[in-house]
Design a protein around this ligand. Structure first.
Ligand code: WT7
Length: 652
């Protein structure tokens, strides 16, 4: 192994594993045979998954890969995504079934059955048509987590308009660049939404953005908070326009490759990439994985994914996957600590949620708030828990399983990306003995590998880069308007393989552990050390709630490991002392090996995160290297760096 391939990965001694509960395994949607079946006939296996959907015209060819990396799935097939998510369930007699239990932050609620959803989507589709939106046009959606968000997405899908949802926390500049890139004709927004107990305005941000966007013809505004907003000539109120429409509309079948949506991912450099997803393959992928990975039983389960629909997790696993499967879901508008830190657990109790899907950053926040909070709620309805967004530290995994899942529920750690459309690597809750911190194996139908610098698969026990070796139905089709960048970003690093940008290792059993973005790997005295592994080692100490690790330039070792640590709520005063810091450094050395011992550990009250919960290591590197702190405009909470500076006088 070359030096750059050498990783410390194998030193992470995580030996726990949790077999599936017998009862769940006995009735699981997907069993171990699926792996063999898919290996024997991968395309046939996907065609079988596509049969979960209702097609107006059957496809002629499962996959056309004659012009890689531009793939076409279910070529010649026709279907309508909104019809598949809504109408067909009503036609099957399930109109009275609840699609969404919606919970507003202030405590107001709305229940939408599939029949309600059908009427609302039809009205919205008719309204879009009245505004001149046609098949192939782009519509930007900038809404809080209210029912009009999925309704707008489905209305677009129904008439063949391509939606581009922009997360409601983004600035007017971010909204403007996304509108311009997609050349959107219409923006759907609201006066505002509720966050942390207060109305939070959205409309002014849109006004600012559309003042400079030549393509926008109308702004469709939902009244949510009732706060006063400026009214411009091209504004139309949802409550006026949509409410007076007919609730009848016939969905038009779309080509399987018709563009369903664009979703922008920021990445660390360059302008945001408009990730393009199309109709038939995407819907097949999300319907299949939502059923397989969560073992969804649509008749009895109540499913809740706590993500924001502004991210791909919400697109695939709040809107398209669950609705295609006819699930009953919970949708929540606000923050987890309003009116108190038990709000999420109260929602699980209230709606008897049985499947819950959230992110490691949220789990670590709850660990920090203390075990006693979830302990006050009846969470016994839960039967499957999921995690997504970044590697989950083994400690956070076990805390989640124990404190939320009462030690009974499987936890599925699901690896995927905006670009993959749906889950790719994950345990199956009825099959896999899951290891805390490991995404385990590619799902049946998915082909992934861990390769070295040369693109050669690493042996078990080795580390390298995660690649996807075969096309999959939910794959991005291109970067909107930039085929070259699509090829360059994903398909050029390794010939014929999709480069995910994540570091990974295979353990002795061949199971896959994700190690974070490759840009987050440190080079310390010639050793590649992943920030994730050091963070996991720190978090495995009982007095640590959260940790972030960066590599700082060091005259001796090239890079040195600098850690930022948030102590657990219950840890008390002693965490301030030099003795405790020495104890933590030793703890990392014992867990990972002496080479991984942080040069420096700083106790901080908060960590800088983006709005999607990813740690902004760039800012911490500024602190670690004693520089002035760079651009903080994409921080979820811009005061965090001030808090850190107050605590660490050197961080100015
Ligand atoms: C990146 C994709 C997938 C929806 C949310 C994020 C990281 C995601 C995991 C996981 C380790 C993970 C990867 C990936 N990631 N899930 N289970 N274990 N890492 O979507 O914003 O497109 O980010 O998130 O680094 O490349 P995204």
């Amino acid at each position: 192994m070359s030096q750059s391939q050498e990783t410390l990965s194998n030193l992470l001694q995580e030996t726990r594993s949790f077999p599936p509960p017998a009862e769940l395994a006995a009735a699981a949607n997907v069993t171990a045979e699926a792996y063999d079946e898919a290996a024997a006939d991968r395309l046939g296996y996907w065609a079988k998954q596509a049969d979960r959907l209702t097609w107006s015209k059957r496809w002629d060819e499962i996959l056309d890969w004659s012009n890689p990396p531009f793939g076409k799935w279910f070529v010649g097939g026709e279907l309508n995504a909104a019809y598949n998510c809504v109408d067909r369930h009503v036609e099957a007699g399930l109109g009275a079934k609840i699609a969404y239990h919606w919970e507003g932050e202030p405590g107001d609620t709305r229940t939408l059955t599939y029949a309600d959803l059908q009427r609302e989507v039809n009205k919205a589709a008719n309204a879009l048509l009245e505004l001149g939106v046609r098949k192939g046009d782009r519509v930007a959606i900038y809404l809080p987590m209210i029912p009009e968000l999925p309704i707008s997405m489905l209305a677009c899908a129904r008439i063949g308009a391509t939606h581009s949802v922009v997360f409601g926390g983004f600035s007017s500049e971010a909204l403007r660049t996304r509108i311009d890139d997609a050349q959107a004709k219409l923006v759907i927004t609201a006066d505002g939404g509720y966050r942390r107990g207060k109305p939070s305005a959205l409309k002014p941000t849109v006004d600012e953005a559309v003042a400079q966007t030549p393509t926008i013809e109308h702004v469709l505004v939902v009244r949510r908070t009732g706060e006063e907003v400026a009214e411009n000539e091209r504004d139309v109120w949802w409550q006026d326009l949509v409410e007076r429409q007919s609730d009848q509309h016939t969905a038009e079948p779309m080509d399987a490759e018709h563009p369903l949506y664009i979703l922008y991912t920021s990445g660390t450099t360059g302008k945001p990439k408009g990730i393009l997803h199309t109709t038939g393959g995407y819907l097949t992928h999300v319907a299949y994985t939502h059923s397989a990975v969560f073992d969804l039983k649509p008749e009895t389960d109540v499913y809740w994914c706590s993500a924001d629909i502004g991210w791909v997790t919400g697109h695939s696993y709040i809107v398209y996957g669950p609705l295609a499967n006819g699930a009953t879901s919970v949708m929540y508008e606000g923050t987890p600590d309003t009116p108190n830190k038990g709000r999420w657990w109260d929602i699980i109790r209230k709606y008897k949620v049985s499947i819950f899907y959230t992110a490691p950053t949220a789990i670590r926040t709850f660990m920090k708030w203390g075990d006693d909070i979830p302990a006050q709620y009846d969470l016994s309805s839960l039967r499957v828990l999921g995690s997504v967004g970044e590697p989950i530290n083994p400690e956070a995994y076990v805390w989640y399983r124990e404190n939320i899942g009462a030690g009974r529920t499987p936890v599925v750690d699901t690896w995927w990306q905006t670009e993959t459309g749906g889950i790719m690597i994950s345990p199956l809750p009825g099959v896999t003995s899951a290891k805390p911190g490991a995404a385990m194996r590619p799902l049946p139908g998915v082909s992934a590998e861990v390769v070295d610098d040369q693109g050669e698969p690493v042996p078990n026990g080795g580390g390298g880069f995660l690649v996807l070796t075969e096309p999959w139905p939910g794959m991005l089709r291109t970067i909107w308007g930039d085929d070259e960048r699509y090829i360059k970003t994903y398909w050029s690093r390794f010939e014929g393989k999709y480069f995910a940008g994540d570091g990974a290792k295979k353990d002795e059993d061949g199971d896959i552990w994700l190690l974070g973005r490759v840009d987050d790997v440190m080079l310390v005295s010639g050793h590649n050390i992943s920030t994730t592994e050091v963070e996991s080692a720190l978090v495995s100490h009982p007095k640590v709630a959260e940790a972030a690790v960066v590599g700082a330039t060091d005259p001796v070792t090239g890079q040195a490991i600098v850690s930022f640590v948030i102590p657990r709520g219950s840890a008390g005063e002693e965490v301030e002392g030099a003795e405790f810091l020495a104890e933590l450094r030793d703890h990392v050395a014992r867990t990972l090996g002496p080479i991984a011992k942080p040069r420096q550990i700083m106790m901080v009250p908060e960590l800088p995160k983006t709005r999607s919960g990813k740690i902004m290591r760039r800012l911490l590197r500024d602190v670690a290297e004693n520089r002035s702190i760079g651009d903080v405009s994409t921080l979820a909470d811009s005061t965090v760096m001030d808090l850190i500076s107050e605590k660490l006088p050197s961080a100015k």
